[in-house]
Design a protein. Sequence first.
Length: 259
Amino acid sequence: MKKNRDDLAKKYVKDIKSADVWSVFRILSDFVKGFDGLGDLGPTVTIFGSAKTKESNKYYKATQELSSMLAKRGFNIMTGGGPGIMEAANKGAFKYKNVESVGLNIDLPFEQTPNKYTTTELSFEYFFSRKVMLVKYSIAYVIFPGGYGTLDEFFEALTLVQTKKITGVKIFLIGTSFYKPLVKFLENKLYKNGMITLEDLHIITLSDDLDKVLKEIEESLLNQINILKESGLGDTKYCKSLLEFFVDKDITIPENSNV
């Protein structure tokens, strides 16, 4: 087992450090695969969290519950495709046949094995191309407790929203007791030292209220459709796929909305 891990680690290091032209083709292959496989998904929520979370853990159960709530309302669920929180999210969506339970896996020398609750599965060579796909085709990001990888994904999403590279997307931290010290750090160190603004802090919603999260995700979808229309993208296939979400749903659309 250790030998297999060591071999995979050497292969991974060789791949990411290689300067030869084949690396370029592998990178292109990752992006083409993602664009082709995910471009027509429609409203999708990406859920991040630890691969090491056990099925008995309260966050595993909360993840599965929220995912099921979202899928029941018609949202596709996207994860990194592995075990732990990712498995819980895919499992929650898997029983709903009208939505996709998407897993974007990656070859790692340890830890990452595909879970069995995906209806669409893609495998990537590189973290950066995989992360693009995890954020590009989602209308909200939900971050459950996790380690370095989860925090990396959280801060990358946060930076993309802060710099307006993506607009209208909501970011939720679930696990108040887990994440409250991190949010306090952002307030007491980054904000009070003038490194971020109050608006930057408000990008994050810290809550354990799953009903609130569901409601805010639905509301943010209207906002994102309006942004697409205002940008001249109202007739695109992607915008139309988002609009289809509201067909036969008991969602009140505000009068001032362009939807």
